[in-house]
Design a protein around this ligand. Structure first.
Ligand code: ATP
Ligand SMILES: Nc1ccn([C@@H]2O[C@H](COP(=O)(O)O)[C@@H](O)[C@H]2O)c(=O)n1
Length: 222
């Protein structure tokens, strides 16, 4: 069992994955992207021509879902069975249905079990785990618990800089729609008791990583 668990939650585009991965690299920790599991299951459901809004059909697909993810922040990869889905799970067609998958309670408890196994089996000195319900459900006893936020405007403009092929308005509306749907299931907009908020609206990327590292180091001392 790893010594230090760092839990990071936040809305879409707040920088959870990029900042958590950078922090893990700086600390020599593992890194676990939990959204990748919901995305990989979405990819699997689409691949099997299953209706993502049919919760019973999605639950019935779970036994065949063979999921693996790399936790080395320098060697990130995601697989379903033998298929490498690292890039395909980021496609807009997957992003468009992932909230349908994530709202199914049986799906959430299935993937939460996978996340807890990965955290337990990590042999690195620590692991940074990011998602929407890490501070509250997956690892509420984590050493450091962080809510990473940024204004909606900042998140939209960062995401749209990333997705140059899509229009800014398409990016903005997809992000808002996903946050609205996801926040009906989990509250990742307000910090739970004991969770430290890092607001990156006016911070650049390196300053945000430093702010997260400060919270981790302070938590390790207490
Ligand atoms: N403080 C910052 N300043 C500028 N850009 C940033 C900052 N933090 C993150 N970014 C950039 O914002 C974009 C979105 O970040 P990232 O993909 O890590 O967000 P996320 O919270 O994981 O999103 P999602 O939940 O949608 O996967 C990336 O291009 C990242 O490099
Ligand atoms: N702990 C989590 C993590 C993710 N989700 C759902 O997965 C979607 C994709 O997450 P990304 O971080 O990769 O964007 C997200 O929109 C949620 O629907 C979740 O429910 N809980």
């Amino acid at each position: 069992m790893t010594e230090t668990v760092v839990a990071v939650d936040g809305p879409a585009g707040s920088g959870k994955s990029s900042v958590s991965k950078a922090a893990a690299k700086r600390l020599g920790f593992d890194y676990l992207d939990t959204g990748a599991a919901y995305r990989a299951l979405s990819w699997y459901v689409l691949d099997g021509n299953i209706d993502s809004t049919d919760a019973a059909a999605v639950v019935a697909s779970l036994p065949g879902f063979r999921y693996t993810i790399g936790t080395d922040p320098f060697g990130y990869h995601v697989r379903v069975g033998e298929t490498d889905v690292t890039d395909s799970i980021r496609e807009p067609r997957v992003t468009a249905v992932v909230s349908n998958i994530a709202r199914v309670p049986e799906v959430r408890s299935h993937v939460t079990g996978i996340f807890r196994d990965i955290i337990r089996d990590s042999v690195a000195p620590g692991i940074v785990v990011e998602g929407r319900d890490i501070t509250t459900v997956v690892a509420p006893d984590a050493t450091a618990r962080i809510l990473l936020t940024a204004s909606e405007e900042a998140r939209m403009s960062r995401r749209s800089a990333e997705l140059a092929s899509e229009s800014a308005s398409e990016v903005a509306s997809a992000l808002q729609k996903r946050d609205r749907a996801d926040s009906r299931v989990v509250d990742f907009m307000t910090a739970a008791a004991g969770v430290t908020t890092v607001d990156s609206t006016t911070l650049n990327f390196d300053e945000t990583v430093d702010a997260v590292l400060d919270v981790i180091r302070t938590s390790q001392k207490t």
